[in-house]
Design a protein around this ligand. Structure first.
Ligand SMILES: Cc1ncc(COP(=O)(O)O)c(C=O)c1O
Length: 396
């Protein structure tokens, strides 16, 4: 692949061009899919030279594949990262990032307000490998600092959080991690490289579930770890040892999805803010969580750290859980579903979807009340999304 300028061109240009070079593929504007297990060498000396790294080439897709490399190059250009490793899912990416910075006997500190799947990985699986997770209920750097011990190897955060869309001060946590000599890992799925770039704020590794905004079309599960090569080298080594790669066709879909990511994200940002503003002024809505609103407790931080506020928001209706359920069920355009970051608007009640398995008292303590509704706005016409919510809110 021709190395593309990572940061010099605009994000939208990088999204379209980074990672692919038509001249290398008979002029094909859309890159081919190298849907192959093996690459055949011209002779044994050729194979040996590739294996020794003396010649650029390909041997076996689990190790290297041009289509997967192209997608990695494109995301690296968007994230302004030296290197990206793609995985078959966001969870595989999180697992590899944690495994790259820990050994048995180590501790990591994680904010408690994280994606449910990550919570399960950290609470059920990491302890079986001898890695202890210390949970931090607060998002503040000072609270995280109090939990650091000589065994701490990493601080793990997600920002914005889901579903309350709270913000971690990434620069403050990065400065703490640097001062204490521990790694800082950020799941940036909900922000994405259009809205925030944690590596520039001092994070060591950025993780994405590309299944959300980056691919956007709801037709692919993909994960990524981005960072400086000195950090991603171990991630790559682990990936090749356990085989958690993505497949070439998936990488091609991801290349196509990322090409329109900046356009889609701009629409998510615009509709997110418009819908949040509409809800904040509605008599049947008792509260709105969206970092783009001046009423959000961390609005100033969000303005400093993010260049857009995203398409995820949550709100409480002026009523009980049953009233919230009637609103969700009353939507005609927004689909009832738990995912986020897709082209279609999706609505759900966290109490009976993402946080269903959490004991009610614990859930309510965390602000996930029965009357809380989460909305991931898609890229439909903004007014249609607002109209749909307006008619559904009559059910409160
Ligand atoms: C913030 C966040 N991180 C990670 C994941 C896991 O990603 P995947 O579903 O691609 O494995 C998700 C999935 O919903 C998520 O929302």
């Amino acid at each position: 692949m021709t190395p593309e300028p990572k940061a010099r061109r605009g994000l939208a240009t990088r999204a379209v061009h980074a990672g692919v070079s038509p001249a290398q593929h008979l002029g094909a504007a859309s890159p081919p899919i190298y849907q192959t297990t093996t690459f055949v060498a011209t002779d044994t000396a050729d194979l040996e030279a590739i294996n020794r790294g003396e010649k650029r080439g390909f041997v076996y897709t689990r190790q290297r594949n041009p289509t997967i490399m192209a997608a990695e190059e494109r995301l690296a250009a968007l994230e302004e990262a030296e290197s990206v490793v793609l995985f078959g899912s966001g969870m595989a990416a999180i697992d590899a990032a944690i495994s790259a910075v820990t050994r048995a006997g180590d501790e990591i500190i994680s904010i408690a307000d994280i994606y449910g799947g990550t919570y399960r990985l950290f609470s059920d699986i990491l302890p079986t490998r001898g890695v202890t997770v210390i949970w931090c209920d607060s998002l503040d750097a000072s609270a995280l600092e109090r939990l650091i011990t000589p065994k701490t190897r990493a601080i793990y955060v997600e920002s914005p959080t889901n579903p309350l869309v709270r913000i971690v001060d990434l620069a403050a946590v990065a400065a703490l991690a640097k001062a204490k000599g521990v790694a800082m890992l950020v799941d940036s799925t909900l922000g994405g490289p259009m809205n925030q770039r944690p590596l520039q704020l001092g994070a060591d590794l950025v993780i994405h579930s590309g299944s959300k905004y980056l691919n956007g079309h709801g037709d692919l599960i993909v994960g990524a770890v981005a960072g400086p090569r000195k950090m991603t080298r171990r991630v790559r080594q682990l990936q090749q040892s356990v085989g958690a790669i993505m497949d070439p066709f998936g990488a091609w879909l991801f290349l196509r999805g990322m090409a329109t990511y900046p356009l889609r994200m701009a629409q998510h940002n615009a509709t997110g803010l418009a819908v949040a503003t509409f809800l904040a002024g509605h008599a049947s809505v008792s509260g709105v969580h969206y970092p783009g609103l001046a009423t959000h407790p961390q609005h100033a931080l969000a303005q400093r750290q993010m260049s857009g506020f995203g398409g995820l928001l949550s709100f409480t209706v002026a009523g009980d859980g049953a009233a919230a359920r009637r609103v969700v069920d009353g939507c005609r355009l927004c689909g009832i579903g738990p995912s986020i970051g897709g082209i279609e608007s999706l609505i759900s009640q966290p109490a009976n979807t993402s946080h269903y398995s959490m004991p009610p008292s614990q859930r309510i303590d965390r602000g996930i009340t029965d009357n809380l509704i989460r909305l991931s706005v898609g890229i439909e016409a903004t007014q249609d999304v607002i109209d749909d919510l307006n008619q559904a809110l009559k059910n409160v």
